[in-house]
Design a protein around this ligand. Structure first.
Ligand code: HEM
Length: 412
């Protein structure tokens, strides 16, 4: 393949917002070229308009450390490359991931207590029991889809525990979240109405849960915690819903795709899988490495609120920036042999998959716990996951993951 970044006369070089790079798993090479030749690279005329591709680890961290200049706020464009629709037909649910200071600080505080080390410890027994139960139902003698049977199911269970959500209805969380989180649908005329229908259904369901908890004694789940927090006084009903959706969507695809990445990645690097199988003490580090390698959210967007010289590039007020975590996590100047999973990689924790700075993922500890428990419970059963064919991948430039993956288990 030719490695020409700028073709003569062409304004548009690589449009990394084009979902086909990810569904075909071809994104590695163009990002490697951009990092080497032009790590803060302007693209014009892409699927989501013009924007800066911020591709290096250093530049992504730099931008994230300046939230007063590089805004996440919905008012300025939010966190995804898809621009907001301003004709009044889109349901606007304010979420603190798409807010700047000082509003962001107050609303993040309402949910942060659900993710403290003591809360995570409290949930861990439940998560371990459910994970063990599920692994014990898996067939050893025939192929099955790892994504649906394991990744989706365990993630849904984790969220249901966090929200104290009615257990029998838990798959609704997945269904709603898939609709809510698919930002590409916002601009799809045919499916937009369908998406809104699911969002309203979710709103009505959560309203019922809210009504049940508002006059009851506080319980240690997220909904009750939010209702009874001080900052709740400053949050209207729509903001409450928005933040609930944020927590479901935020925890759903990401954790799910890490669990699928775990199976695919370890299968792709069998010598690393064996190293981990021989030494389960490496699990905590392997969790970081798998999250780095998968990077379940390919990017977050920022919008410049002022002109800024970013390592020599002149960013203008109003410019859109895509912070490509998926590229920063493969930056060879930080991670040697970055395309490989190395379960004992010394600096795996430096990955940017959870973002950086004031918006760094609030659910990171919970996600890490769930992934670690899955690896530990697999190790107890000496369970190896063999991937039988190339997985079917998600067609999106935001969520980076898998739709289906046929696997067969074996013992080691
Ligand atoms: C924010 C990734 C799991 C809830 C974020 C951000 C990223 C991210 C990239 C934005 C950071 C930024 O803008 O700098 C991930 C990954 C996960 C994961 C890779 C799993 C491996 C979860 C879970 C939850 C969650 C389990 C909750 C149940 C949130 C929330 C925010 C967030 C609420 C907004 C934080 C803020 O704006 O202050 N996550 N996430 N995430 N995530 Fe996660």
């Amino acid at each position: 393949m030719a490695t020409v970044l700028k073709e003569p006369g062409a304004e548009l070089t690589y449009d990394m917002s084009d979902a086909s790079w990810y569904v075909d798993d071809r994104w590695q090479e163009p990002f490697a070229q951009m990092r080497a030749q032009d790590p803060i690279h302007w693209t014009q005329g892409g699927s989501f308009g013009d924007f800066w591709n911020v591709c290096s680890h250093k530049a992504i961290q730099h931008v994230e450390a300046l939230p007063e200049i590089f805004s996440s706020s919905y008012e300025h464009g939010g966190i995804t490359l898809a621009d907001r629709i301003d004709d009044g037909t889109e349901l606007v649910m304010p979420m603190f991931i798409a807010m700047d200071r000082p509003k962001h600080t107050g609303q993040r505080r309402t949910v942060a207590p659900a993710f403290t080390p003591s809360e995570i410890k409290r949930m861990s027994d439940d998560i371990r029991m459910r994970t063990a139960e599920l692994l014990d139902t898996l067939p050893w003698d025939k192929p099955f889809d790892w994504v649906d049977t394991v990744s989706i199911e365990l993630t849904t269970q984790m969220l249901a525990i966090l929200f104290d959500f009615p257990w029998a209805d838990r798959r609704k969380l997945t269904e709603w979240s898939d609709w809510a989180g698919d930002i590409e649908l916002v601009h799809n005329e045919d499916l937009r109405a369908e998406r809104l229908k699911h969002l309203y259904e979710m709103g009505a369901y959560f309203k019922k849960l809210w009504d049940a908890k508002i006059n009851a004694e506080p319980t240690p789940d997220l909904i009750s915690m939010m209702i009874h927090s001080d900052a709740m006084a400053e949050m209207d009903e729509l903001e409450f819903m928005g933040n609930l959706i944020l927590l479901i969507v935020g925890g759903n695809d990401t954790t799910r795709n890490t669990m699928s990445g775990l199976a695919y990645g370890l299968h792709t690097f069998p010598e690393q899988r064996e190293k981990l199988e021989q030494n389960p003490a490496l699990i905590p580090n392997a969790v970081q490495e798998i999250i780095r390698w998968q990077t379940p959210l390919a990017h977050m967007r920022r919008t410049a609120l002022a002109d800024y010289d970013l390592f020599g590039k002149q960013i203008k007020k109003g410019d859109k920036l895509a912070l490509w975590y998926i590229s920063g996590n493969r930056d060879e100047s930080v991670f040697e042999d970055a395309d490989k999973i190395i379960v004992d990689r010394e600096n795996a924790r430096r990955h940017l998959a959870f973002g950086y700075g004031i918006h760094r993922c609030v659910g990171a500890r919970l996600a890490e716990l769930q992934i670690a428990i899955l690896l530990e419970e697999m190790a107890k059963r000496r369970m190896r996951v063999n991937v039988l064919a190339e997985p079917e991948r998600v067609r999106a430039c935001f969520v980076h993951g898998y739709r289906a993956m046929q696997v067969q288990l074996s013992k080691y």
